[in-house]
Design a protein around this ligand. Structure first.
Ligand SMILES: C[S@@+](CC[C@H](N)C(=O)[O-])C[C@H]1O[C@@H](n2cnc3c(N)ncnc32)[C@H](O)[C@@H]1O
Length: 602
């Protein structure tokens, strides 16, 4: 196994093959364990009525502690959630890597390389599960961990990192053997409350006679002619930054005039924006979202793509609205580097892509790109050629790979993991959730040709429009905050002066981008690492984590340092919980890659 679950009481796995209505297990009354339903991957089969009944049966009759996980294709899980949300609590959407990508005809979508696991519980509150870690992965060239842990190795676990909501360390296919995925769920939920994992495998359900699809109220594009009928012959304003409210300003953009619309809306998670309260009620939030999504669809040219970035739960709701007028292309799993804020690290952001009518072949898949002109592009990032799975980003290793001509590129699919959220303040301007420019380089390169028009209706400090500008696209950016609008304007001016707006600059920032609390910058008389290692020493003599009073009594350093340098006692004790880790692959490890790839190229 390439994971480890702390104090796991492995569940007894009971598998049932569900082939028709009569083969459903009968008694789910009061069922209080974990159930895993596996859906067929073939969306054409007329099986949904039986599956819907099954899911409703399990959800309706399960007891107050039950957990239900459904494995399936993205588009199916969206509908499963719509049904389950009436009787169960949403907990998690896990993206799981496919072994065999599914390639769309005519390059009309990115190769699909993931399916999902949707987790709901009968109880409210956070998901109960074991603390599960995934083994560190190692770069096949330098044999060091894929991620650089820098000066923090002493506070990390020796085995691996906490599991996240994107599983790329294992892969499977919905049509194939799912045993290792099932086994992982039996460990993840191997806690005292549960004894059994009931697996209902619906992949063998026989086709029924009725055409009962999951999408029941579908409005075919074209039937709602009034929605998209052209009402204006004006050409859109090009290269425009517009200050104002999304709905008011979008209404001035003509129908069928934009080649790519993108939205990175406020997530309604109480972020502190400069002039926007990010805390509407859920109903108000979605009513508002539906209105601007409708406007975006109206402004989009036929055959072009609308992409919306949001957390998976909100993306599900956007999906249900969008599919009534647009056509689903991709759910891009952006596996963004996550903060370890929960036991399952939230690193899955969804970018849902829908086309207006039949999609055209995606320009980036058909023609490729010429990004040699973009200033400041790092030598590792290429918009249409992602870094291959597992290669590290250490400068020395990158240089060695380039020198030895190691091919460290992987295929472009709908799972993106080589783009990190902005970590260093030197790349940030004063905005709490600025996107990294590589994300927009990739999206714009995939979905547009040079000269075409890109629109972002929540443009913030301009990541989208700046990237479009650099890539010789036309752009329209709408932003309600005067402050962010002005920052975007001055950064476009920098491009016109031949500068790179994404270059590293030391700025005084007032808006926080991380949920992790930090102390102000200060000089440390004793390094924090030394203090944390001292706590580890004391913890070992006491055989438990020490309190502040115990550090006062047994510790070698003045207690004021602990008070001044750390945000919490939890941080003080961080190294005492683990043995620390090494970034080097263990020498006797069988997985060692053919005494590393470099030699192959010598
Ligand atoms: C998640 S941020 C987008 C950040 C942007 N992608 C960037 O990289 O800078 C959402 C933005 O939407 C803006 N916003 C919120 N409500 C708005 C509205 N009604 N009309 C236009 N913009 C709005 C916020 O001020 C914020 O800058």
């Amino acid at each position: 196994m390439i994971h480890q679950s702390e104090n796991c009481k492995q569940l007894h796995i009971k598998q049932f093959l569900v082939t028709d209505r009569n083969s459903l297990p009968e008694q789910f009354g009061g069922f209080n364990d974990v159930c895993l339903i596996i859906l067929p991957s073939d969306r054409q089969s007329n099986t949904y009525k039986i599956i819907n009944e099954l899911i409703e049966n399990v959800a309706g009759s399960s007891g107050p502690e039950a957990t239900l996980t459904v494995l399936g294709e993205t588009a199916d899980l969206v509908h499963v959630h719509a049904k389950l949300s009436l009787s169960m609590q949403y907990q998690l959407w896990i993206g799981i890597k496919r072994t065999q990508p599914k390639v769309a005809e005519n390059n009309s979508a990115l190769p699909n390389c993931h399916f999902g696991a949707l987790v709901h519980t009968k109880y409210k509150g956070s998901l109960k599960h074991t603390k599960t870690r995934v083994k560190y992965s190692y770069c096949p060239v330098c044999d060091k961990t894929t991620k650089d842990y820098g000066g923090k190795k002493h506070i990390y676990d020796s085995y691996g990192t906490l599991i996240s909501d994107v599983w790329r360390d294992i892969s499977a296919d919905l049509e194939g053997d799912l045993n290792h995925v099932i086994r992982r769920f039996s460990d993840l939920f191997g806690i005292q409350t549960y004894t059994e994992l009931i697996v209902l495998d619906c992949r063998g359900i026989k086709t029924g006679s009725q055409k009962d699809k999951m999408v029941e109220e579908r409005v075919e594009y074209g039937k709602q002619s009034s929605l998209f009928a052209p009402h204006s012959k004006e050409t859109p304003e090009r290269g425009k930054l517009i200050s104002g409210d999304v709905l008011e300003k979008l209404s001035q953009v003509p129908d069928n005039s934009v080649d790519f619309v993108f939205a990175d809306p406020p997530y309604n998670l109480k972020k502190k924006y400069n002039s926007y309260a990010d805390d509407l009620s859920i109903a108000e939030y979605f009513e508002w979202c539906d209105r601007w999504i409708y406007e975006l669809a109206r402004t989009l040219k036929p055959g072009r793509t609308c992409a919306i970035l949001n957390i998976p739960l909100w993306a599900i709701r956007h999906f249900l609205y969008m599919e009534k007028m647009l056509r689903f292309q991709n759910w891009i799993v952006w596996d963004a580097l996550s903060f370890p804020v929960r036991l399952i690290m939230p690193s899955h952001y969804a970018i849902i892509c829908f086309s207006k009518g039949t999609p055209r072949p995606l320009p980036g898949l058909t023609h490729g790109t010429d990004d040699s002109q973009i200033p400041g592009q790092s030598d590792t990032f290429q918009p249409l050629e992602p870094l291959g799975e597992g290669f590290c980003l250490r400068r020395r290793c990158i240089k060695a790979r380039q020198k030895k001509q190691v091919n460290d590129r992987g295929p472009l699919t709908d799972v993106w993991w080589d783009i990190h959220r902005l970590k260093h303040n030197s790349r940030r301007v004063d905005h709490p959730c600025q996107l990294p420019s590589p994300l927009m380089y990739r999206l714009i390169n995939i979905f547009t040709e040079p000269g075409e028009t890109v629109l972002d209706c929540f443009n913030g400090t301009g990541t989208t429009t700046l990237t479009a500008h650099q890539l010789n696209r036309q752009y329209i950016g709408i932003e309600v905050s005067g402050k962010y609008h002005d920052i975007a304007k001055s950064r476009h001016k920098e491009i016109r002066m031949g500068m790179d707006p994404f270059r590293k600059v030391v700025r005084k920032l007032t808006e926080k981008n991380s949920p992790v609390r930090r102390r102000p910058k200060q000089k440390y008389k004793i390094p924090k690492k030394t203090l944390q290692l001292e706590v580890r020493r004391v913890a070992r003599t006491l055989d438990r984590l020490p309190t502040r009073d115990e550090m006062l009594e047994h510790g070698e350093y003045p207690i004021e340092y602990y008070d001044k340098y750390f945000v919490s006692w939890g941080e003080v004790c961080a190294a005492a919980r683990h043995d620390g880790m090494s970034e080097n692959r263990e020498p006797d490890c069988n997985l060692r890659t053919a005494t590393n790839q470099l030699k192959l190229f010598e």
